[in-house]
Design a protein around this ligand. Structure first.
Ligand code: PEP
Length: 254
């Protein structure tokens, strides 16, 4: 499986000129790395224009969110097929920042199903807000998040899913505050077990499991190898071309 590196730009940058510069910086490196699939998730308003700047296969695009209906009277929303029709292949669903704005497990599930039906790959974000190291309650919580996000999704659609494990307490900090690789490994095993219970082991092993939360160049290698993830969802470090490119290079050589 190729490593999957997703740049979540969130609500940045402020202008299309800056977005283009950042994209061109990343494209220069990403388009040369055959072991990494790089996915850029800019704000909606920049997506179509950035998409037009690239015709190759190594850099893909993602929406940061999506609505679950196909079209109609839903002011302000963007549908999965609209994303698909401008050449977007991925969509982030259930990011903790959207959940904090009121997105429920049921809504996440509807978005996942609608995205998969439209032929997008949904990057389903899960993550606990705090972690008590003794009682393991976070593991039950995470398994529940996976199960509810994928409710009603048949095995044939599993190729349209990636899971991004993003512990909320580790987001937006620095490499020193990120999760330790051995703890990540335990969580990755739990996610795979949860998938295997529902879809069988062979299918479960084909789902990319990503980590997100203060990934920087310094912790990329250890999280990838000891954490046993298939890639990363990168927030703040993806807003600097040189920093994100360093992460891509380390991931490529791992
Ligand atoms: C995120 O919010 O998805 C994220 C991974 O952010 P950061 O890398 O800034 O922790």
């Amino acid at each position: 499986m190729k490593k999957l590196l997703i740049a979540n730009w969130k609500m940045n940058p402020e202008s299309i000129a800056e977005a283009k510069n950042l994209f061109m910086d990343v494209k220069k490196v990403a388009s040369r790395l055959n072991g990494v699939e790089t996915v850029i998730a800019p704000p909606y308003i920049f997506l179509a224009e950035l998409r037009r700047l690239y015709t190759g296969k190594r850099v893909m695009f993602a929406g940061q969110d999506v609505f679950w209906e196909e079209k109609g009277a839903f002011t302000g929303e963007i549908s999965p097929s609209m994303l698909k029709n401008i050449g977007v292949s991925y969509v982030i669903v259930g990011h903790s920042e959207r959940r904090a704005l009121g997105e429920s497990d049921e809504i996440v599930n509807q978005k996942v199903l609608a995205s998969a039906r439209a032929g997008l790959r949904a990057v389903v974000c899960i993550g606990e807000s705090t972690r008590d190291h003794t009682d393991g309650a976070h593991l039950i919580f995470l398994a529940g998040q996976v199960e509810s996000a994928l409710a009603g999704l048949g095995g044939k659609m599993l190729s349209r899913i990636a899971i991004a494990y993003e512990p909320i307490w580790a987001i937006g900090k620095s490499a020193e505050d990120a999760m330790r690789p051995f703890e990540l490994h335990e969580t990755v095993l739990l996610i795979r077990k949860t998938l295997a219970r529902k879809y069988g082991k062979a299918h479960a092993m084909r789902v990319p499991v990503l980590y997100g939360g203060s990934v920087e160049k310094e912790n990329t290698l250890s999280l990838l190898t000891d954490g046993a993830v298939n890639g990363f969802l990168v927030g703040h470090a993806s807003l600097s071309g040189p920093k994100f490119n360093d992460i891509l290079r380390v991931a490529h050589s791992a």
